[in-house]
Design a protein around this ligand. Structure first.
Ligand SMILES: [Zn+2]
Length: 189
């Protein structure tokens, strides 16, 4: 009898553990799939930017419930604006939409590691989390040259995650610059 009771307790514990592990895996996969979905949307914006002749970088801003507040791509050339980076545009659009310059609790997905201007604006906006694709060793202000979002001297820090779909994001930039170089060579030659 005592043995049976032990078996029952043991099975209950096993079931609970299995359920918890199963749930944890499910929650992790669900979160990962959402992350990938947002980065894919950012990539689509990057492709549209390339079609406009802009450096192909796209960004998406998502609120704490997972709803998209704004999505856009680089528009520096179109707007004649050195601050026309994809991140700046989505921050501005979301600010207008929420009628608030603070965007607390939001997450920003961008195909390329942000520059110091953009991550500076994210600190001002109190963005909670920044997820980027490819790293930018030349102008990256998140991990490569500076770590602005994690600088404790500032009054706000961001959670940072890099490398999501880095190959796809990086490839798009490489193709863009390669075809631009080839186009230049063709017109020069
Ligand atoms: Zn930037």
């Amino acid at each position: 009898m005592r043995y049976k009771g032990f078996l029952l307790i043991s099975r209950t514990i096993n079931d609970t553990v299995a359920f918890s592990v199963g749930y944890a895996i499910y929650a992790y996969l669900f979160a990962l799939m959402s992350e990938i979905r947002f980065m894919e949307i950012a990539l689509e914006e990057a492709v549209r930017a390339a079609e406009r002749g802009e450096v192909p970088v796209g960004a998406v801003l998502v609120d704490h419930e997972g709803s998209i507040l704004a999505q856009n791509g680089n528009r520096s050339i179109e707007y004649h604006d050195p601050a026309g980076h994809a991140e700046m545009i989505v921050l501005r659009e979301a600010g207008q939409r929420l009628a608030n310059y603070r965007l607390s609790g939001t997450s920003l997905y961008v195909t390329l590691e942000s520059c110091i201007m953009c991550v500076g604006a994210m600190v001002h906006a109190r963005i909670r989390r920044l997820v980027f694709g490819a790293t930018d060793p030349k102008t990256g202000g998140v991990v490569s040259l500076y770590q602005i979002g994690q600088d404790r001297r500032l009054n706000h820090q961001l959670e940072v995650e890099g490398g999501l779909m880095a190959d796809e994001c990086g490839m798009l930039l490489q193709d863009f610059f390669r075809s631009r170089r080839n186009g230049r060579k063709r017109t020069e030659g």
